[in-house]
Every structure is written in C-alpha cells, then in structure tokens.
Design a protein around this ligand. Structure first.
Ligand SMILES: Cc1cc2nc3c(=O)[nH]c(=O)nc-3n(C[C@H](O)[C@H](O)[C@H](O)COP(=O)(O)O)c2cc1C
Ligand code: SF4
Length: 463
C-alpha cells in the first residue's frame, strides 16, 4: 500500500482522510472531533444538529408554534444552537488537532442563515464548510467573509465550472477543495444529472481526470480533489494516489465511519448495517428534494417502492384510450386504461383503498392508516427544505404550486427519528453502496465495533 502523505486542508497539513458529513445526526461533534484528533478531517452535520440543556442532555426538537412559517423559525433557531454546540464538542474532542468541517445541505430552507448564525458564534472552531445538494453559489462569498475554507460537493466537472464562472472565481482564496461525490455509489443524496442514467454507472477515474483538467485550466492546480462515494479500503484506490492525472487527492468516507464507537447512530442502526447484503442499497428518487438518493431497502423503502410500482396513469376526461372510470372520492372520478384495471382492483382488494393523485397525472394507492399518517406529517411540516415535493412548502413563495406528492415522504421527520433512536424498519436509512462490506470485513467480525483511531489505522494500511 502506498504511503499517504499529509496535504494542506483548510490551512493545515493533515492526512488526506475525511469523515463525510451526515445529517441528521449521522456525524456530529463526537465523531468529527475523533477524526480530527487523528490529524484527519471530521465533518459534523449542520442539518438539525443536537443542542444540549444545562445538564448536557440532548434537547429533542419540539415545535410549539401553530403556523408553519413560525415553526420554520423555531427550526432555524434549533439548527444554529445545535451547530454551535457540535462545533464546541468537536473542538474539545479534537484537542486542537486536525481540521473540523461543518456540512450544510444547500437545499435546506435558510441554509445561508443557519450557516451564518453558526459561523458567527463558533469563530475559530470550524475550519471548513462542505456543501452539496444543489449548486451552492453563495457558499464562496459566505465562507470567505468568515475566513473559513469552503468545499462544494459536485458530481461532475461541469457543475464545478458553472459554480466557478458564476460565483467562486471571485473567492479563490478560501476555496479549500472540491468534493467529487460519485453519484452512483455514495450514500445520502446523489447528484445525478438528467443526462446521466442511474443504471449506467461511469468510472470515477475518467470523471476525476476531467475534473482535474478543469481545475488546472482555471489555475487551481494545487486545489485538492476530495473523492467521496464507494470508498472502503484504499487498496482499491491505490492508482488514484500520487497520480499526476488526478493531482492532489483526499478520500472521504461516509458510510464506513458510521460503525465506530464514536459514531452517533443507534446500536440498532449499526446492527442493520452490519448485516446488509450486496444489492440491498437502492438508488431511487423518492426524496422530497427531487434528488436521487441511496438508502438501505427496509420496510420504509419497500413501502415507497410498492406504492410507486402500483402507480397508474389517468385522465380526467374519458376517451377511447382511457375508458375505465376510477372513483377517487365522492366528488372526483378519473379514467384509466383497461390494461391498468386489474392492477387497480388488486390494490383496492389488498386494503389500499385511499387513491391519491400525484403531480404527474397518475394515482397511487395506500391504506387508510398510511394516508392518515401522511396527512399528519404534512400538517406537522416545519418547512425544512427550500422546496418540498411532499408537502409543497416553498420557502420563497409559500407553496410550489404543484400537488403534494404521495410518492414521497417527510425527510425531516424520518431522518430525525432514526437519528434519535427511532425504528430502523420504518425510517429511511441512507447508506452508500459498499455498506455490504461490513458483513465480510474482518474488522467487524463478531459484531466488533472499532474506535475511530482503530478504523483510521486500518484505512492507512489500505485495509
Ligand atoms: C447516512 C448518511 C447521511 C448523509 N448525509 C449527508 C448530508 O447531510 N450532507 C451531505 O453533503 N452528504 C451526506 N451524506 C454523504 C456523505 O457525506 C459522503 O459523501 C458519502 O456517504 C460518501 O459515500 P460512501 O457512503 O460510499 O462512503 C450522507 C451519507 C450517509 C451514508
Ligand atoms: S414536509 Fe417537507 S419541508 Fe416540511 S418538514 Fe417535511 S421534508 Fe421538510
């Protein structure tokens, strides 16, 4: 295994190993601080991070206000307090070693406000900000204002070029690196563009070479590329190290650090991950953000897949192609193809008697209990996203103007629940496509859970 040499990240020579940020509560001050303590980089999540009461207990988010806009304000307040709290924990745990980064989901409503609030109050504790899910144009200006390095997360050279031309060229000094996240392999949201086929993965090598060429053409020869997505053992990536076609590189691990002693996720979640088999992680498009994402197939995801498979196209005016009447409610009847009649009847017979329209002139079928829960989830919306397909909340205009999508779900609710000990069957479990390797990697034999220190030692050896 080639030796890993330290590189300059966020103003300090550190090992080129990074814990990726994971919301909600998939990476926090404890885990990121532990990575930094090993002279690596730890990234705590800035998406609904935990804050603590005077006794050090986690304050579980509760929203008291009636109006959604007001609950949104409560959420922003929690997020700022939580971000500061996690930065403090990370700093203490790191002992001043390594680098601490904060991750922000750009599509979060008021992400700029949250980031500003945290950076203002946690001066000197956060060295870099990583930001993905969307094109974070303002990130360069915002981070530079605080003298903090910034790291856009992109999945193609083209995306970086757009960001550079429109915004980052003016904020070159604090561009710390570019995170290339493989859209076919990484856990969490995936940046697949419309031109890319989710079933036709492309090799990261060629895409990285293209990114390096782009960076060099912009005079960014020394800017490191941080490779994320599908990284388990560095032996598999030796060709990428000290490779002039790729240049300075660091490796970001998202899924693997989740099974460490310092990882904040529940024991039950770790247990599921230890048993996942190849093919159990599904790349799908149910997220209310509209992005693709990768998660473990469990009851939660199976239900969404089943609902999607039962989807039927309709028209509102009967015609020869759509002759069959389907009653949605006392006041609304739509028309479906003969070929879909059996599919509709089968679902109704199975108890999926609530038939709901999607924004795409289709209907899906669900049980009365699931429909009741969906209505409750929408009513409890705290406006976490800038635009939400599940509830139609839009931060800018109040509503997206589209129909709420019953093929989606409230991501805030499910990630918060599972991030705080909730069911691992009935919540979304984001994970990368290499998660099955926990089951065969000798480090985890007999359910063994390593410390971050032990994991980093293995990684350095290429294991
Ligand atoms: C549970 C989970 C949650 C994640 N949440 C976020 C997030 O909030 N923001 C983000 O930029 N990336 C997020 N990611 C992506 C990771 O930071 C990392 O880039 C990715 O997991 C790397 O791929 P890997 O899982 O194959 O190692 C998440 C990944 C996982 C597994
Ligand atoms: S319904 Fe949408 S915007 Fe509202 S809290 Fe849930 S995911 Fe966020």
């Amino acid at each position: 295994m080639k030796q890993l040499n330290p590189i300059l990240i966020s103003g300090k020579e550190v090992l080129p190993l990074i814990e990726g940020g994971k919301g909600i509560n998939g990476s926090d001050g404890r885990s990121s601080g532990a990575w930094a303590a090993e002279n690596c980089v730890g990234t705590f999540s800035g998406v609904s991070p935990d804050c603590y009461d005077s006794l050090g207990n986690v304050i579980i988010e509760k929203f008291f206000k009636k109006a959604r806009q007001e609950r949104h304000e409560e959420m922003v307040e929690y997020a700022i307090k939580g971000g500061v709290a996690q930065a403090q924990v990370a700093h203490e745990v790191s002992g001043g070693n390594g680098r601490i980064h904060m991750n922000m989901l750009w599509e979060l409503a008021d992400s700029e406000r949250i980031l500003t609030g945290v950076l203002e109050r946690a001066k000197g504790l956060i060295h870099g900000v990583t930001c993905g899910a969307g094109l974070p144009y303002h990130l360069g200006a915002l981070a530079s204002k605080f003298g903090v390095y910034y790291y856009p997360i992109i999945s193609s050279a083209r995306a970086f070029q757009i960001l550079w031309k429109r915004a980052y060229a003016n904020f070159k000094e604090f561009l710390g690196g570019v995170v290339y996240e493989d859209p076919w392999l990484a856990g969490g949201h995936n940046g697949l563009s419309n031109a890319e086929d989710p079933n036709q993965p492309q090799t990261p090598y060629l895409r990285l070479v293209e990114l390096r060429k782009t960076l060099n053409s912009l005079g960014l020869n020394e800017t490191p590329i941080i490779l994320a997505g599908g990284i388990w053992s560095l032996k598999d990536w030796e060709d990428y190290i000290d490779n002039p076609e790729i240049g300075k590189i660091a490796f970001q691990f998202g899924t693997r650090p989740m099974i460490t002693k310092e990882s904040p996720i529940s024991e039950a979640w770790k247990k599921v991950m230890l048993q996942v088999k190849k093919g159990d992680v599904i790349l799908q498009k149910f997220s209310p953000t509209g992005f693709f994402s990768s998660a473990i197939k469990n009851t939660f995801l199976e239900k969404l897949i089943e609902r999607k498979n039962g989807e039927i196209a309709f028209v509102t005016e009967q015609n020869p192609e759509f002759p069959h009447a389907l009653k949605l409610s006392e006041t609304k009847t739509v028309y479906i193809r003969i070929a879909d009649v059996e599919k509709a009847e089968r679902q109704i017979k199975a108890g999926l008697t609530e038939i709901k329209e999607t924004p795409d002139n289709t209907v899906v079928f669900m049980t009365p209990e699931d429909w009741k829960q969906m209505k409750a989830d929408r009513a409890a919306c705290v406006g976490c996203l800038s635009q939400c397909q599940f509830s139609t909340w839009s931060k800018a205009t109040g509503t997206t103007g589209r129909l709420p999508d019953p093929r989606s779900y409230c991501i805030h609710k499910t990630l918060y629940e599972v991030g705080h000990g909730g069911s691992v069957k009935d919540n979304l479990l984001f994970a990368g496509h290499q998660v099955y390797r926990f089951a065969t990697d000798p480090l985890y034999r007999n359910g063994c859970i390593p410390s971050v220190k032990e994991l980093i030692e293995r990684i350095k050896n290429g294991e």
